[in-house]
Design a protein around this ligand. Structure first.
Ligand SMILES: [Zn+2]
Length: 427
């Protein structure tokens, strides 16, 4: 991935560095050759380089690019579980994924961690972005997901004889779990995404209290993945499923819905991050009826929303880490709405905006294992940053509105800007 050359100076805005502290008023950020060299009060900034390009933040906010911690690039207008798999041919899904990646970047998401993908598309999408073939966030890829036979993601009936060819590798027992991970190793993923539990979406056979993989299968996944340097995460709603994942050595937990005190202790013991993805639940409750969602499913989402919100508060209060990301790509929760997750965590879950922004920037980068490269605005980090009109601390929802982004900068290069970039400080 190329970084920009030259010097850029951004002034006339407050600085949110992503570490969760109070904003620095009247700040300056200096970028040289795609990396931050200064971020702090303008009065302490180094002397301005006469060749620097000057960007006026117009009294707004300078902050790190956002990290979508649970990104499904291949989901598009999903209105039923069946739409997640082979609704479209691989050719079209690949194009959709490229469009979703471009949209995410335009929405200020300069990094994204895949939560699972059809046909290994995210692995190649990541390569394409890194090679400058198409625009998109820095990515961590997951490829196809692993689920037990008969579990949440095994919905195609056997008489159709199509298995789950697109999205999921189905396993029966630890040997097949190992084989599935070995296939993903060859595919080139970084994260192995699994399904330890069911979900409110499937109340008849695999609801949110149902286990979809055994501990032995999960343990085999982790041993094999770690042997090859991959990380493991999983869709974990039921308490027993979260515990199995943590005891098996999972590196992250998706959702973490029904946590109890013992689960929280297991999570904190290894500082395992959790990505609750809660706005999806809310959107399902609010807009699901428009798409024919049954009352049973909606009731299940209400249960997982309330429990998930309480678990998220517990994790942060106890000093744990949350990532912000949210299963976007459903009909009622489309790509482009990513920052609604942040607004939801402030207004509904009751977190402080500075905490939520830290979760969506620094913690997101940490979850991707790249906290030393981006996620905060500090010297040495990549210049992945946003200049936003207004104050997200006072009103987090300004981050939902792309019209308020004065600048999205990716490794020092403006991706989109309304600031009149190009004005020189010197002659
Ligand atoms: Zn997901």
């Amino acid at each position: 991935m190329k970084t920009a050359s030259g010097v850029t100076l951004i002034t006339n805005g407050q600085l949110l560095d992503g570490n969760g502290g109070s904003p620095v008023p009247d700040a300056a950020v200096v970028v040289r050759d795609g990396r931050i060299v200064y971020a702090g009060p303008v009065r302490e900034a180094p002397p301005a380089d006469p060749q620097a390009t000057h960007i006026d933040a117009r009294g707004g906010t300078i902050m790190p690019g956002l990290v979508e911690a649970h990104f499904h690039p291949t989901y598009f207008n999903v209105a039923a579980l069946e739409d997640l798999d082979i609704k479209y041919p691989v050719e079209y899904v690949t194009l959709l994924a490229a469009a979703n990646a471009k949209l995410a970047l335009q929405c200020g998401y300069t990094a994204a961690r895949s939560g699972g993908s059809l046909f290994n598309i995210d692995v190649w999408l990541k390569k394409a972005i890194e090679n400058g073939v198409c625009p998109g966030p820095r990515m961590a890829a997951s490829g196809r997901e692993i689920c037990g036979v008969g579990g949440l993601m095994d919905w195609n009936p056997d008489f159709r004889k199509i298995g789950m060819e697109g999205l999921v590798l189905l396993v029966n027992g630890p040997n097949e779990a190992r084989a599935a991970v070995r296939k993903l190793v060859k595919d080139g993923v970084e994260w192995v995404k699994t399904y330890p539990t069911g979900d409110a979406a499937a109340p008849d056979t695999n609801d949110h209290h149902t286990l979809c993989m055994t501990f032995d299968e999960m343990n085999a996944v982790v041993q094999t993945a770690h042997n090859h340097g991959l990380k493991v995460t999983g869709h974990c709603r039921a308490t027993a499923g979260i515990k199995n994942a943590l005891r098996a050595g999972y590196d992250a937990i998706e959702h973490g819905t029904f946590m109890d005190a013992e689960t929280l202790d297991l999570l904190l013991a290894r500082d395992v991050p959790c990505v609750p993805a809660l706005y999806f639940e809310y959107a399902s409750i609010e807009r699901g009826p428009d798409y024919g969602m049954s009352q049973r499913v909606i009731d299940g989402h209400k249960e997982t929303l309330e429990a998930g919100a309480e678990s998220a508060r517990m994790v942060l209060r106890a000093g744990g880490r949350l990532g912000m990301g949210g299963d976007y790509g459903f009909a009622w929760n489309p790509h482009g709405d990513y920052a609604r997750e942040l607004t939801f965590f402030v207004r509904y879950v009751g977190l402080n905006p500075l905490e939520v922004i830290r979760c969506a920037t620094r913690t997101g980068a940490e979850i991707m294992g790249r906290g030393n490269e981006f996620g905060t605005l500090e010297p040495g980090k990549l210049a992945d940053l946003l200049v936003v009109e207004g104050d997200p601390v006072a009103d987090i929802a300004v981050l939902e509105d792309r019209g308020r982004f004065l600048l999205v900068m990716f490794a020092g290069t403006p991706i989109s800007e309304k600031t009149g970039v190009g004005s020189r400080i010197g002659p």
